[in-house]
Write a new protein. Structure first.
Ligand SMILES: [Zn+2]
Ligand SMILES: [Zn+2]
Length: 329
């Protein structure tokens, strides 16, 4: 476990602070609370989150007894749908960092698919992640390995990330989304959506192959898929802040980790991402394959998204525009 704290080079703006400010307006650095020390209290335990995560992991114990090849294939497909499209594309690159523009129905489609990844409703996820960028590997970061590798992977979720006032936390870190009634409604739909998806998988499996397939689709398509997506996302917070190489000197300890890039659909190029958070393309070198970026490219080619941030800075944007114009003339 790394305990290195990267301090910003003198006279250089903090790249981890700058983009979050761009997205959320002016942020004063004073408001970084609660810190990890503030949060680690028995009366701050999120019993809801602990119960939900424990339940999902316990159901996975039934996986060896309910295995079918169909169940495995359904789990893999839904892993990509909820993990890559829901979390990486929807929650992260679209809603948190606004790395592209799209229709409102497309935003809500991805927000709903992201909700089905079991990582909480969009508002909390996005508020926590923006705070992570604003305080990355410093006081106030909800999940830095400086507070322990296991903490950054999973234990940070056992405690509320707000100061006892969730609404203030959401208004502070996700004011744009908190204003949207639809996003607040998704809060209430978290559990009903999961119950509906579970019943749908059980029902479809039962209709096709009886109880054996019904239970297989439920356990594999819902819970094995959900738990493996959770750990893939959590590896971004833990492993990608400890192990790997760095393309950019950022003020945090973010790393590019190829193993995490594979299991988390391109999100493992995390040092690139911390250097240029709004950039929807996370792989910056030719070998840094980013499957979520391929989905964004496809969506752009059919007109479902536009104004995609695929450049690092204004100069690069200008260059790319000139190249496109030259190619089309
Ligand atoms: Zn990070
Ligand atoms: Zn991010």
């Amino acid at each position: 476990m790394s305990t290195v704290v990267v301090t910003p080079p003198k006279g250089r703006p903090s790249s981890s602070l700058r983009p979050a400010s761009d997205e959320n307006g002016d942020k004063s650095k004073k408001e970084i609370g609660p810190t990890t020390a503030d949060r680690k209290r028995w009366d701050n335990v999120s019993y809801w989150a602990v119960g939900w995560l424990a339940f999902a992991h316990l159901v996975v114990l039934a996986a060896p007894f309910t295995f079918t090849w169909t169940g495995l294939i359904v789990a893999l497909v839904l892993h990509w749908v909820t993990g890559s499209l829901g979390i990486c594309l929807g929650y992260h690159r679209l809603l948190t960092h606004t790395g592209m523009k799209t229709y409102n129905w497309v935003r809500y489609f991805y927000a709903t698919v992201g909700t089905l990844a079991g990582e909480g409703a969009p508002l909390d996820w996005i508020a926590d992640h923006r705070k992570h960028h604003a305080c990355s590997d410093q006081e106030g970061d909800p999940h830095t390995p400086n507070d322990g590798g296991i903490w950054s992977h999973i234990f940070w979720l056992a405690f509320h990330t707000h100061n006892g006032d969730r609404v203030a936390h959401l208004k502070r870190w996700a004011p744009d989304l908190y204003k949207e009634r639809g996003m607040r409604i998704l809060d209430y739909l978290f559990l009903p959506l999961h119950i509906a998806a579970s019943l749908a998988l059980l029902g479809i499996g039962y209709a096709i192959g009886g109880w054996e397939l019904g239970l297989s689709l439920l356990v594999w398509g819902m819970f094995v898929r959900l738990v493996t997506v959770l750990h893939a996302t959590w590896l971004v917070n833990s492993a990608s802040h400890m192990w790997g190489y760095r393309n950019y000197e950022t003020t945090d300890d973010s790393r590019n980790n190829w193993l995490v890039a594979i299991v988390a659909y391109g999100e493992g190029w995390h040092n690139n991402h911390h250097a240029y958070p709004r950039m929807a393309k996370h792989g910056h070198k030719w070998w840094e394959f980013d499957i979520t970026w391929q989905a964004i490219r496809l969506m752009r080619s059919v007109g479902l998204v536009w104004d995609v941030v695929d450049y690092r800075n204004a100069a690069e944007k200008k260059e790319m525009q000139a190249a496109r114009e030259a190619a089309s003339s």
